[in-house]
Design a binder for this molecule. Structure first.
Ligand code: ADP
Ligand code: MG
Length: 349
């Protein structure tokens, strides 16, 4: 296996005047063309970590290697990377083209070459023909694309994105997420993106890191963070709030939904009482099922209806596509078809 493009080892950071926050030892690597998502609630240290990679902050300990070479000592402008922030930070009185070219101008490229590169880059971000447009005529999403074009036109080796779409309205944010996911294939540049938006993270990431209070709670692939939460907090943060009691024995766990197969990756947990984590999409309403369930509530939430049912004293949440109205107290049944389920031991936080 070739060595990763970026290798961050045991970096720590403490702000001079902030007693309450410190970034505990962080290590991760990033392969060529991959996108690492750093996910976590506000104040968990995401931006701090990104700024350490960018060189805007210097780690107290640890090393950062880029292309196998240490970059700890290098200022941001020598690191061959670009960073995109929440706000696009464009110059409002210049044209789109002039904004995109800023980095090339600093590098001393002649005007004709600058224009050629800027126009090509604008085309790549879906803004062909925008070169002479005044910046003020752009929408929020278009502005953020100009910021992306400006960052990429200098051909950085690494792109850092700090909640780039969080200022956009939800629909546009979603569109920009899909757009970036397509662009990722085209650019083939390694990226680190910080977000607190789960959906955005899941759309874009190849690898994930979940931060909480300056510490890594979980690191892994999409499957791992989506199906195999490291603990209760990670499960809640990832929207896995459906939990029932279980009695684990070897590769099986006994629950009110019957005896279920344990995910092999948590088979090492000691036998005994556990919490069984269920994704609500594994569950279906089914009146012919042998698992009896009583409706507690059903609430329509856009494309889904959240249905809470009581199964032998445990509350289970089911997401049913479309608008469904079930009367409270209705006795029906549910079906569960997971391949296997994830368990958390009672001690896990
Ligand atoms: P996130 O990006 O996950 O919201 P940050 O990395 O911005 O979190 O901040 C992590 C913690 O560090 C917060 O508690 C924040 O108040 C604190 N912090 C951020 N910047 C500074 C600073 N320049 N000086 C002191 N404390 C800071
Ligand atoms: Mg931040």
């Amino acid at each position: 296996m070739s060595e990763p493009f970026l290798q961050v080892s045991d970096i720590t950071y403490r702000y001079d005047h902030a007693e309450s926050f410190s970034l505990a030892k962080q290590s991760f690597s990033l392969g060529q063309g991959k996108l690492l998502v750093i996910l976590g609630p506000s104040g968990s240290g995401k931006s701090t970590l990104l700024q350490l990679v960018a060189g805007l902050l210097r780690p107290n300990e640890g090393t950062i290697l880029m292309g196998g070479k240490p970059i700890n000592h290098l200022p941001p402008e020598k690191r061959n990377l670009s960073m995109i922030f929440q706000k696009p930070y464009l110059l409002p009185f210049l044209t789109v083209g002039a904004n995109v070219e800023i980095g090339l101008k600093i590098k001393g490229l002649p005007a004709r070459e600058r224009k050629m590169k800027a126009e090509q880059m604008l085309k790549d971000v879906g803004l062909e023909g925008f070169y002479d447009r005044p910046l003020a005529s752009l929408s929020g999403g278009q502005e953020q694309r100009v910021a992306v074009a400006r960052s990429l036109v200098i051909e950085p080796q690494l792109l850092l994105l700090d909640e780039p779409f969080s200022q956009l309205d939800p629909l546009l944010r979603r569109q920009m997420g899909s757009w970036l996911s397509e662009m990722k294939q085209l650019w083939n540049i390694p990226m680190i993106m910080v977000t607190h938006d789960r959906e955005e993270a899941l759309t874009l990431g190849d690898r994930f890191m979940i931060l909480r209070d300056g510490a890594t709670v979980q690191k892994g692939t999409l499957e791992q963070i989506y199906y195999e939460p490291a603990g209760r907090w990670a499960a809640n943060f990832m929207g896995l709030d459906n939990k029932i009691e279980g009695m684990k024995r070897g590769s099986k766990v006994r629950t009110v939904l019957g005896e279920l197969e344990v995910n092999p990756n948590c088979a090492h947990l000691p036998d005994g009482p556990v919490d069984v984590v269920l994704r609500s999409e594994w569950l279906q309403m089914d009146s012919s099922s042998s698992i009896p369930a009583t409706i507690e509530s059903s609430v329509f939430r856009g494309p889904f209806t959240d249905i809470k049912v009581n199964v032998s004293g445990e509350t289970v949440v089911i997401k049913q596509l479309g608008l469904a109205a079930y009367e409270r107290g209705l006795e029906t049944g549910i079906r569960l078809d997971p391949f296997h389920v994830w368990c958390l031991s009672k001690e896990m936080t």
